[in-house]
Write a protein that binds this ligand. Structure first.
Ligand SMILES: *[C@@H]1O[C@H](CO)[C@@H](O)[C@H](O)[C@H]1NC(C)=O
Ligand SMILES: *[C@@H]1O[C@H](CO)[C@@H](O)[C@H](O)[C@H]1NC(C)=O
Ligand SMILES: *[C@@H]1O[C@H](CO)[C@@H](O)[C@H](O)[C@H]1NC(C)=O
Ligand SMILES: *[C@@H]1O[C@H](CO)[C@@H](O)[C@H](O)[C@H]1NC(C)=O
Length: 369
């Protein structure tokens, strides 16, 4: 063993090694969080939560939900079922500001949160004006480290930013939907255009979800290939980006079989499967399950769809399916608000379902390649 690896081992043992490589150590932590729920569905109780997606904190054993319409994050302690709202001054409750994407980095313990202007989503890309932000936040100290004004680089010419992935140097990659694009935000918060829009037509719907491949300096994105969300059947694909490249080059990941899906939304690699399984939200149908046995995502097995045929709370849509806790996978149910309560930015709901689809995922994983 060389001195470098001994050093790495010592740091890792102290829980300090910032970016471990290899799937066996990528969520490099000391103790597992306890399961917080019997297998089964749950209901979250928090006024105007309207969750778009969530992230599980493997160090503090809490979840963070993007409260879409409030433009805030809600920290959820599953053992006490208590929520703590994390507001962002000047953004939360501002008209048009949505909280739509989040990444929890288990190595640094930091959150990256994407706040977007809701206008592109309401107009299917016709109006891409409004402010968009990437916020770096330390949830342990409750401090905002920086916020990057994404519109200062796009000059309002394209938009629809809604998700983020990270590399091992602390750079963040924010994906845009109208049209597809990627902005790079450096460790210090400096923004550059990494994958520019390929068209000036902002109505061409592109990337909706991104997930980091920790340990590989890569990310996988969902591309809607121009099909608008109003189309009930999409033609989505997934692409892999090598994040060490000076500019973004999307490489299509072939799926076997090449089953049609979409319109796609978020993509998630549940830690329980060490980056060999991807869960993709298919807005109107449920969760697509893909597998890459070596975890490299150069190609993928398309294992199938877990339909969202759960009882409708207010409107059936699948924005995201994520792992919460040490092993269970949850479909985040509904996020349409209905009539807005006057003087607020959300509807009148306080109950939000989480559907436990762990068993269905396990069933699909029994498929032989
Ligand atoms: C969740 O609810 C659905 C619909 O009621 C039900 O079919 C499913 O079995 C439940 N899941 C679990 C794990 O109990
Ligand atoms: C959303 O904002 C309302 C005020 O309009 C507040 O009462 C509620 O707790 C907030 N919920 C979240 C999840 O931020
Ligand atoms: C963000 O940048 C845009 C474009 O430069 C600017 O119009 C807007 O005022 C900025 N927002 C804030 C809050 O500074
Ligand atoms: C919201 O729901 C509560 C409880 O059901 C009800 O009392 C209240 O009138 C509703 N408010 C609006 C604006 O719909």
């Amino acid at each position: 063993m060389g001195s470098y690896s001994l050093f790495a081992l010592l740091l890792a043992a102290a829980g300090l090694f910032p970016f471990t490589s290899g799937s066996s150590t990528y969520h490099g932590k000391k103790k597992e969080c306890h399961p917080f729920n019997k297998p089964g569905n749950m209901t979250l109780h928090q006024y105007q939560l309207y969750p778009e997606t969530a992230a599980w904190d493997t160090n503090r054993c809490v979840a963070y939900f993007c409260a879409l319409f409030n433009g805030s994050i809600a920290e959820y302690n599953p053992y006490t079922t208590k929520f703590t709202v994390i507001p962002f001054p000047g953004i939360t409750h501002a008209p048009d500001q949505h909280a739509s994407g989040i990444d929890y980095n288990p190595s640094t313990g930091l959150l990256h949160i994407v706040i977007d202007s809701q206008r592109p989503f309401l107009t299917e890309g016709a109006d891409v004006s409004g402010d968009n932000w990437l916020i770096r936040y330390n949830p342990s100290t409750r401090t905002e480290i920086w916020r990057a004004n994404l519109t200062s680089v796009t000059n309002g010419l394209w938009g629809g930013f809604q998700d983020v992935a990270l590399d091992s140097k602390g750079n963040a990659y924010v994906i845009g939907t109208y049209p597809k694009s990627v902005l790079k935000v450096s460790n210090s918060g400096t923004i550059s255009v990494w994958y520019p829009p390929q068209t000036t037509n902002t109505k061409v719907r592109g990337y909706t979800g991104a997930a980091s491949l920790y340990g590989q300096d890569a990310m996988v994105v969902v591309d809607n290939e121009g099909v608008p969300e109003s189309e009930l059947v999409g033609n989505s694909n997934i692409y892999r980006f090598d994040l060490t490249k000076p500019t973004g080059i999307p490489i299509k990941i072939p799926r076997f079989p090449n089953t049609q899906f979409g319109p796609g939304d978020k993509i998630h690699f549940p830690p329980a499967y060490k980056q060999t399984v991807a869960l993709i939200a298919d807005d109107y149908r449920g969760t697509i399950v893909l597998r890459s046995k070596d975890g490299k995502w150069k190609e993928a097995e398309h294992l199938g769809l877990i339909p969202n045929d759960y009882p409708i709370f207010f409107e059936r849509i699948t924005p995201s399916t994520v792992q919460l806790g040490p092993k269970r996978q949850y479909l985040i149910g509904n996020n349409f608000p209905g009539p807005i309560v006057p003087g607020t930015t959300g509807g009148n709901h306080s109950d939000f379902p989480l559907f436990d689809i762990t068993r269905e995922v396990e069933r699909l994983l029994k498929k032989k390649p």
